[in-house]
Unconditional design. Structure first.
Length: 245
């Protein structure tokens, strides 16, 4: 019997001024991935950082050629994620936050055989099987408030659209990302809305998630922009701009 072809996986790490966190995250990722039976690559997408993000990533890549650094102009997390997913070579392509707030040992939950019959698998911090560690009550409240707006305006039934850990098949990337416009906080919402309009299979994967105090989200500063982007997504969906043609 011929040997089974290993899964091919691309890990996309969007990074804007993440020099401190990448110094720990990239060696952790590489150490774990070397022990897996996958054909893998890690793509660090530098979103026009003004610090040493690209240099730190490149220094780690010297000792691990499966880590690549992709320099992009600053467009926001959405633009960085899109650039990395589209350029990835893996049959499965995973978005991984630079803070590694989900332990890397959770990654197999997003891949066969543990995950099956999906086009998009999204990490969820909600539900009985998920575990939140160290999150202040007010941050959880803010997150649920935004999710309430998301479900009302765009994605009914999706409990955690904003978790930064998501897996896409290569075919799902090809179907979704040519239609993505939003590059701000509602980027995830638009991606999942397009997936639904395309008839793709979305599954939520309960994960262990650790709160990181360095989050850049501020409800007072970003709240109105988030709501404006949600309305834009709803408008584009109603006009049929996300459907197959």
């Amino acid at each position: 019997m011929a040997d089974a072809v290993p899964l091919s996986v691309t890990i996309v790490v969007p990074a804007f001024n993440e020099e401190r966190r990448l110094a720990a995250t990239l060696p952790t990722l590489a150490s774990y991935l070397r022990g897996q039976p996958w054909d893998w690559e890690v793509c660090v997408v530098d979103d026009g950082s003004s610090d040493r993000t690209a240099e730190i990533a490149a220094s780690v890549a010297v000792t691990e050629p499966r880590i690549v650094v992709q320099r992009e102009p600053h467009r926001g997390k959405g633009g960085a994620v899109r650039a990395g997913l589209v350029s990835g070579r893996g049959a499965y392509r995973f978005i991984c936050d630079a803070d590694l707030s989900m332990p890397v040992t959770e990654l197999p939950r997003f891949l066969p055989p543990l995950a099956a019959n999906f086009d998009v698998a999204i990490g969820s911090r909600e539900g009985a099987l998920a575990r939140r560690v160290g999150e202040p009550a007010y941050r959880h409240f803010v997150g649920r408030l935004f999710n309430y707006a998301v479900q009302r305006l765009a994605l009914p039934g999706i409990e955690d659209s904003q978790c930064g850990f998501k897996m896409f098949t290569a075919e799902a990337v090809d179907a979704i990302f040519p239609r993505v416009v939003v590059e701000g906080w509602a980027f995830d919402v638009e991606v999942l809305t397009i997936a639904r309009e395309q008839g793709l299979r979305i599954v939520e994967i309960p994960i262990e998630w650790h709160y990181r105090s360095e989050s850049r989200l501020s409800l007072a500063r970003d709240g109105w922009a988030m709501l404006r982007e949600l309305r834009e997504v709803r408008s584009r969906r109603r006009r049929g701009l996300y459907r197959r043609r």
